[in-house]
Design a protein around this ligand. Structure first.
Ligand code: GLN
Length: 195
């Protein structure tokens, strides 16, 4: 609908996972999971309603994995303190838009991620007018932090990222949510947290 979906298709292609654009609610019927890409959350809020996608998306998210990157993370939140944004409320988090500064402050940062006891890594991540997760409810697992703020959070079958993994060709987050054969598949990570 809006945002940088093309590079997400490329990440899926390198993982040999088929991906298709989702533009209307009937497109949701044929997909096992959804990415809400980066872009502009105010525009996404308007388009979701003008395309009558709000209820279909909420229903879809109740039973399917959804990943939100950057503006997509904003759309995943329960609360966004900006009246122009009407988020989907998938994750019990408060997200502040543009909290890392304006476009000119966009940056690439080294972030250490911890997926499970066997998988930890430092990744160079790109933040573009990135949103900050300012509050979190229960059952939100932090997978990575930058400057003491979470930038990657997992909650059940929802994954929210402040940055753009697709810009740096980072595949592990797509594997977490969409590759059941991966050692970091979200169901396995959730089991570790439950243990
Ligand atoms: N600042 C944008 C917003 O508020 C998000 C930017 C992005 O997705 N790179 O929606």
């Amino acid at each position: 609908m809006q945002g940088d979906f093309a590079l997400h298709h490329r990440v899926f292609a390198t993982l040999n996972i088929e991906s298709v654009p989702v533009k209307v609610s009937s497109d949701l019927e044929s997909v096992d999971g959804l990415v809400i890409p980066g872009g502009e959350s105010t525009t996404m809020s308007l388009l979701i309603d003008s395309y009558n996608l709000r209820n279909p998306l909420k229903k879809y998210g109740a039973t399917h994995p959804v990943m939100g990157t950057c503006a997509g993370l904003i759309m995943m939140a329960k609360v966004v303190p900006d009246k122009r944004v009407n988020p989907l409320g998938f994750m019990d988090i408060v997200v502040d838009r543009n909290a890392y500064g304006r476009q000119i402050n966009s940056s690439t940062e080294m972030v250490s991620f911890h997926f499970n006891s066997a998988t930890k890594m430092e990744l160079s991540t790109t933040l573009i007018r990135a949103p900050k997760i300012s509050e979190m409810g229960k059952d939100i697992h932090i997978l990575g932090e930058f400057n003491q703020s979470p930038v990657a959070v997992l909650s059940g079958h929802f994954l929210g990222l402040s940055f753009h993994p697709e810009l740096d060709g980072i595949k592990i987050f797509h594997q977490i949510l969409f590759d059941p054969t991966s050692s970091v598949y979200y169901k396995k990570i959730n089991q570790t947290y439950a243990a």
